[in-house]
Design a protein around this ligand. Structure first.
Ligand code: FES
Ligand SMILES: [Fe+2]
Length: 439
């Protein structure tokens, strides 16, 4: 059920479900008990009831574009192997050998001709059929057809590959609710993955996901960005599970009052310079030859020119589609950020303990229609210190997450307080309760 029907109106906060995972509803805001970020028991319940049942973003289509390409998706202790078969079909399997349980593949790669376990050399075809058991007679009667790899489900939306371990899950197209229709204008198949990163973060995975689920924090955490970003009129839309915020860039926050156009330009260069072809955190002076033009107009022209240099014509997109970022929060743990020239994905994954997470990011560039996909992109593992290279704003976010987890661990702090402006967080917790409270 969608919660709004008009174009992009701000929606009412959804009613809270009752049950142990919910706290009392109060007018205007909600309170969430801190244990959902700190309790090992709740993390275990998520592992049992949530992660095996949801569709999750695993990788890009570019990672598994050709027969023999493979990618290992990890989520806490869960591991799913995604393989493009000789027949061109994409398949997924639980990443476990049917002999004695060894993990079959780790990381990502290409050129796989079979799936062979490195422990005792059992092997399967890329379609998951058992084909070789060394010293087979020692097992007595063993039929290949009884021991295929355990299947998982895989599906794609645009350039993204999703997996789920739930054989009874709704199709991905249904799971995504109204999101694909909302983005139909963007031709997202044209986005190709250029870089992926994995960053360990010292916090619960929900702290990571929630860091990309509201714009309320921009005034405090990102003073450099608020000069070129309207955080006040960012309309939101909630579906049952997912949500979106529409955020206009190239204009200053109304919180600031009048701001010189050159400051808006400078702020955009510092915080989104890559879209202009700049190195991270680099700036260039505002073009002086058009003194009457606004920063918004000059930025649109500069982004169109930079995309053109990379071979992607933005001529079919209007200025709003370039400058208004769509921030989709895909339940439970992914944020998909889309404008006409950019497509970035942030995935918050649980890690070994309740207070550890992994932030997996995928960064895409628009390419000309029909451009061949690069055969493979290695996963670029980034440790906490190297995260500086991800850019000023992103790094501010990641640093804040560890601070937040430490704060959440203080014994006198029992509940967070979440405003209607942070309604996407409320929506996620409401959907989460349907998994954690259910049997
Ligand atoms: S555990 Fe895989 S072949 Fe033995
Ligand atoms: Fe942020």
């Amino acid at each position: 059920m969608e919660r709004t029907t008009a174009e992009h109106p701000v929606t009412a906060t959804p009613p809270l479900a009752t049950g142990v995972a919910w706290d009392a509803e109060e007018p205007g805001h909600h309170r969430f008990s801190v244990d959902r970020y700190t309790s090992h028991a709740i993390a275990e319940r998520e592992l049992e009831r949530l992660w095996p049942r949801v569709w999750q973003i695993a990788c890009s289509v570019d990672h598994v574009a050709e027969p023999g390409d493979w990618f290992e998706h990890r989520c806490g202790p869960l591991s799913v192997l995604i393989v493009r078969g000789d027949d061109g079909q994409l398949r997924a399997f639980q990443n476990v050998c049917r002999h004695r349980g060894n993990l079959l593949c780790t990381g990502a790669g290409s050129g796989l001709g079979e799936i062979r376990c490195g422990f005792h050399n059992w092997s399967w075809t890329l379609a998951g059929e058992l084909r070789e058991v060394p010293s087979r007679r020692g097992f007595g009667a063993l039929r290949n057809e009884d021991l295929p790899l355990i299947p998982a489900r895989v599906a794609t939306w645009g350039p993204l590959v999703f997996v789920t371990l739930d054989p009874d899950a709704a199709p991905l197209s249904e799971w995504l609710e109204g999101v694909p229709a909302d983005l139909a204008w963007a031709d997202i198949d044209e986005f190709h993955c250029g870089v992926t990163t994995t960053t360990p973060v010292s916090c619960n995975w929900k702290v990571v996901a929630e860091g990309f689920s509201e714009t309320y924090h921009v005034q405090g955490l990102h003073p450099e960005m608020i000069v070129s970003f309207d955080d006040v009129h960012a309309a939101q839309h909630l579906w049952d599970r997912h949500a979106v915020s529409y955020q206009l860039y190239g204009v200053a926050s109304p919180r600031l009052g009048p701001v010189p156009e050159a400051d808006v330009w400078d702020s955009f260069c510092r915080t989104q310079g890559r879209r202009l072809g700049l190195a991270p955190d680099d700036t260039v002076p505002m073009p002086a030859h058009q003194p009457d033009a606004t920063a918004f107009e000059l930025l649109v022209a500069a982004i169109r020119a930079e995309s053109g240099r990379r071979g992607a014509d933005l001529g079919r997109f209007d200025d709003d589609q370039i400058m208004r970022l769509r921030q989709y929060n895909l339940f439970p743990n992914a944020t998909v950020l889309v404008s006409a020239d950019s497509f970035n994905v942030l995935v918050a994954k649980p890690s070994a303990t309740v207070d550890r997470a992994e932030l997996f990011t995928l960064h895409f560039d628009r390419r000309p229609p029909g451009a061949p996909r690069a055969k493979r992109h290695p996963t670029d593992v980034v440790n906490g210190l190297d995260a500086e290279r991800l850019g000023l704003v992103f790094n501010q976010d990641v640093r804040a997450m560890a601070r937040l987890q430490r704060g959440l661990s203080q014994p006198g702090f029992t509940h967070t307080i979440v405003s209607s402006e942070e309604r996407r967080i409320v929506n996620t917790h409401r959907a989460l309760a349907t998994y954690l409270d259910g049997s």
